[in-house]
Each structure stands twice: as structure tokens, then as C-alpha cells.
Design a protein around this ligand. Sequence first.
Ligand code: G
Ligand code: G
Ligand code: MN
Ligand code: NA
Length: 254
Amino acid sequence: HMLESDLRKALDRGELHLNYQPIVDVEGVVTAAEVLLRWSHPERGFVSPSKFIPLAEESGLIIPIGEWVLRTACLQHLEWTSKQELPHFKLSVNVSLRQFLNHDFLTSVDRILEQTGFNPESLILEITEGYVHKHVEQAIFVLKQLDKRGIQIAVDDFGTGYSSLSRLKTLPIHILKIDRSFVRHLQSDSTNVSIVQAVIQMGQSMNLKVMAEGVETVEELMQLQALGCTQIQGYLITPPLPAKEFVAQYHQFA
Ligand code: G
Ligand code: G
Ligand code: MN
Ligand code: NA
């Protein structure tokens, strides 16, 4: 596979870089930034993550790439906050199933936190619902270990999987990210309104933070606020940005 062998070299050649997308609360404070991987291929140009992430997962390259993402994001965040270039916010990093289930995952997270000196309490790891469903025992073990370190867990794309509520209740998770398919057309789609309402109520009763992703319009924002959703992410605020632009625009996100 051509693209795969290119991806293998991409790390060393410095073709991978990170974008940051803010998550803001109703008071207009940036509470976190989601870290999103980008690949500029020397000939093909920008390759979509929806293409190369699955490839990285299948080939196992997601392990070294995932470690690079976490380390690079931690160092970037430390640079921003230690020089007080930016006020404090958390980093939210996506973790694939393949990474999460890797026997070395906890060790590699610990190593990166130790080497960088990054505070685990400033870290959110985003996982999807499916993980827990398919590999219950191991998932619970890893989640508990992460929780012990003060790392927060966000369930990404929430609502698209089929985790049982009784199981969710027993897991050390902290955040639900409502999938963007439910945020669409909130002013006209009453089913979506009911779903968002249910997730928010569930979050409140289980003491979880609820974030809405993929917020694109003022109408969606107003609906979400009316429903009691306090954390927002989406193109309405800004698309994911390269580090420099993230800093330059930081004070306009709110
Ligand atoms: O932001 P964007 O639409 O380009 O992301 C596409 C998909 O790639 C999303 O599902 C996102 O979670 C995933 N993704 C982006 N960056 C990373 C990363 O660093 N690690 C992993 N595992 N997935 C990522
Ligand atoms: O699967 P995950 O939630 O990690 O995917 C994040 C993806 O969503 C990223 O690729 C990011 O670029 C994309 N994204 C972020 N905000 C919006 C938005 O408002 N609308 C749409 N369509 N995509 C968004
Ligand atoms: Mn995500
Ligand atoms: Na998502």
C-alpha cells in the first residue's frame, strides 16, 4: 500500500502536524482544546484524517503516531501556559481503540507525562463508546488506571454507539461529547432536541459534563443553551486551527 508506506515515513519527515479546536463554556471561557492530527503529503497535499487514521489503525502505525501526538500536544500546551502566553485550559486528545487496548498504552502515557512534566489533571482522553462495549474487562481496568492519575475521560461521538446506561454508570468517565449528528438542525428536528435533552439530563444525573460538538449556527447554540448544555465546540466558534492561529485568535473564541 503506497499511502501506508508514505505514512510510515511521514513522522520522520515532519509531515504531520497538529491543529487545535477550542471548547468553550457558556461564560465564554475556553475550557479545553481538542487536538486534531493533520498530514500534508509532499505530493498529494492535505490527506484527510478520515483516510489516514483508519490506515494508521490497521497498520499499527497509530501507536507511534499516537505517542507523537500526545507528546507534541503536551509540549505545545506547556509552552503556551508556562510562558503565560495563554491562560489555562485542558488538552483533549483522541485515542483509537487500537491504542487504548495496546498492552503498552498506560506505560506510554506515563512516560510522556513524566518526560514532559505535563499535569495529568490537564489532560482529557477521548474514546468512543464501542471500546467499552467490546472489551469490557480490559477497558474498565485501563479507565480506572487513567482515573487514578487524574486524567479525564470523554466519551466521543456519544449517542452513536450502544453502551448500556447501567454500564456507563459504573465507569470512571467524566465527559459526554454529544455527536454532531444530533446537534444538526436542532431548531427543526424535534427528535434531535429530544436526544440532546436526554443526554443532558443523563449527564446531570450521573454527574458528567456534557459537551456538544459540531455546533455550526447561532440557532443551534441558542437551542443548546436553552436545553442546558454548557460546553460548545464547532465551526461556529472556529474550525480546528494550527498552533500559531490558535494563539492569535484565542481571545476572539469566546
Ligand atoms: O478533525 P477531523 O474531522 O479531521 O478528524 C477526523 C477523525 O480523525 C475524527 O474521528 C478524529 O477523532 C480522528 N482523529 C483526529 N486526530 C486524531 C488523533 O490524533 N488520534 C486519533 N486516534 N484520531 C484522531
Ligand atoms: O470524531 P471526532 O469527534 O473526534 O471528530 C472531530 C472532527 O469533527 C474533526 O475532524 C473536526 O474537524 C470536525 N469538526 C469540528 N467542528 C465541526 C463542525 O462544526 N462541523 C463539522 N461538520 N465538523 C466539525
Ligand atoms: Mn474527538
Ligand atoms: Na465526535
